[in-house]
Design a protein around this ligand. Structure first.
Ligand code: CMC
Length: 391
């Protein structure tokens, strides 16, 4: 087998060739299928970006309409799934609920499991693009004690998600352009990020030919962690803690730099971006605009701005090239839209869904081998068994 090189955290290991997302961490460049993230966030909507990521090209009008109508035709979730949701306590973390429900979907959609032809893949993809938002909405509605519901086929993909999440019984749903635009933008910015922890998880689980939904459920679990997607919830909790503590940002800066203290400035730093995170730039601007448009004054926004300013001027952060990442400002927008803090990472998952799907599809179409890293063994040499009485 030759020499095995260890690369903890795979910092310098490429696991695949991919034609989906280009990322240059030094220059702060992010592109989906060759299109800059700035242009897509400004001009595209989430469903066309999903199509672009998954199938490689922006859809023309007919292709987009067909994709959307196929999704609508699959947007029901088996009623029995409600019983599974019922079994969770209300206090359950939405990410755990979502990954369980995604796994449970397998049992109700057996034809989406062992897919290998492009056509079978297409329908598995359509099904999850249709049903995942319903699961997201149910997860939120359960938290809020609202009745579970299905979508509205007359609406756009993102509008429908918004309605499914927030529609109150006996109340008209009112479309709000500011909110839908903000959601579109946030979902697009989260839609793919090459071989990050959750995406690598999806690819490696899928490489054993476990089905798409099983791979996605594993990806959701990976995303949950506070060093990854869970950072958006952690950022907001951190900002709230700083506010409750009198807004003393300097104290928390000192904690973040103290190597004896496990506290990290959540929403800062990135494995790949060492100059700035282009998504954070767009989200920061959007946070300002959305709060302005909705007429919300949130003291947490000024704490975030203060922290950012201090960190950017601080030698510790400068030396380590730590900049605000995508998660630093996204929570402020989610909060302004009325999304509970515990649901922030679920919103990330909703955005990342097409990226995970695209990466899974690419891996399967490339016929990639099963993922199976090696190790360097550092344990005991051969020794003899000792019966329990003699130990
Ligand atoms: N606060 C304080 N110090 C930090 C931070 C931070 N947020 N991030 C990194 N450092 C320090 C770290 O202690 C280390 O210092 P030293 O060289 O003195 O030991 C140095 O910077 C390098 O950090 P690392 O942990 O070796 O870097 P990594 O590439 O393994 O980790 C990271 C990247 C994103 C996990 C890390 O920066 C972090 O924990 N950030 C906070 C959590 C966060 O915001 N995560 C979201 C990432 S972006 C979206 C996503 O992936 O979902």
């Amino acid at each position: 087998t030759g020499m095995i090189t260890i690369d903890p955290g795979y910092k310098n290991t490429g696991s695949c060739e991919s034609a989906i997302t280009f990322l240059d961490g030094e220059k702060g460049i992010l592109r989906y299928r060759g299109y800059s993230i700035e242009e897509l966030a400004e001009k595209a909507d989430f469903l066309e970006v999903a199509y672009l990521l998954i199938f490689g090209e922006l859809p023309n009008k007919e292709q987009l309409e067909k994709f959307h109508s196929d999704i609508k035709s699959e947007s029901h979730v088996d009623e029995e799934m409600k019983k599974i949701l019922d079994g969770f306590p209300k206090s359950a973390h939405p990410m755990g609920v979502l990954s369980s429900l995604t796994s449970a979907l397998i049992a109700f959609n057996p034809s989406s499991v062992n897919v290998s032809s492009e056509k079978e893949m297409y329908w598995a993809i359509v099904r999850i693009m249709a049903k995942f938002p319903v699961l997201v909405a149910w997860t939120l509605r359960k938290k809020k004690g609202l009745p579970l519901d299905y979508g509205d086929d007359s609406l756009g993909y993102v509008e429908n998600i918004h309605k499914m999440m927030f529609k109150k019984p006996n109340q008209e749903y009112k479309k709000d352009k500011t909110i839908i635009d903000a959601l579109d933008k946030l979902l697009i910015l989260h839609a793919d990020h090459e071989q990050n922890c959750s995406t690598s998880t999806v690819r490696i689980v899928g490489s054993s030919h476990a089905g798409l939904f099983a791979s996605l459920s594993a990806g959701i679990s990976a995303l949950w962690g506070p060093l990854h997607g869970g950072a958006n919830q952690a950022v907001l909790e951190m900002l709230e803690a700083i506010e409750a503590d009198g807004g003393d940002t300097k104290k928390y800066m000192a904690k973040a730099k103290d190597k004896e203290d496990p506290f990290r400035l959540m929403g800062f730093g990135h494995r790949v971006y060492k100059n700035f995170d282009p998504r954070a730039k767009i989200i920061k601007k959007a946070a300002d605009e959305v709060l302005g448009d909705l007429g919300i004054e949130d003291p947490i926004l000024s704490i975030a701005q203060g922290l950012e300013k201090e960190a950017l001027e601080d030698q510790y952060f400068v030396d380590r090239k730590l900049y605000p990442n995508v998660d630093f400002y996204s929570g402020i927008i989610y909060r302004a839209l009325g999304i509970p803090t515990e649901m922030f990472t679920v919103m990330f998952a909703l955005g990342r869904l097409p990226g995970w799907i695209a990466q899974w599809r690419e891996m399967r179409l490339n016929g990639e081998p099963i993922g199976r890293p090696r190790q360097v063994y550092v344990g005991e040499n051969l020794r003899s068994f000792v019966p329990v009485e003699k130990r």
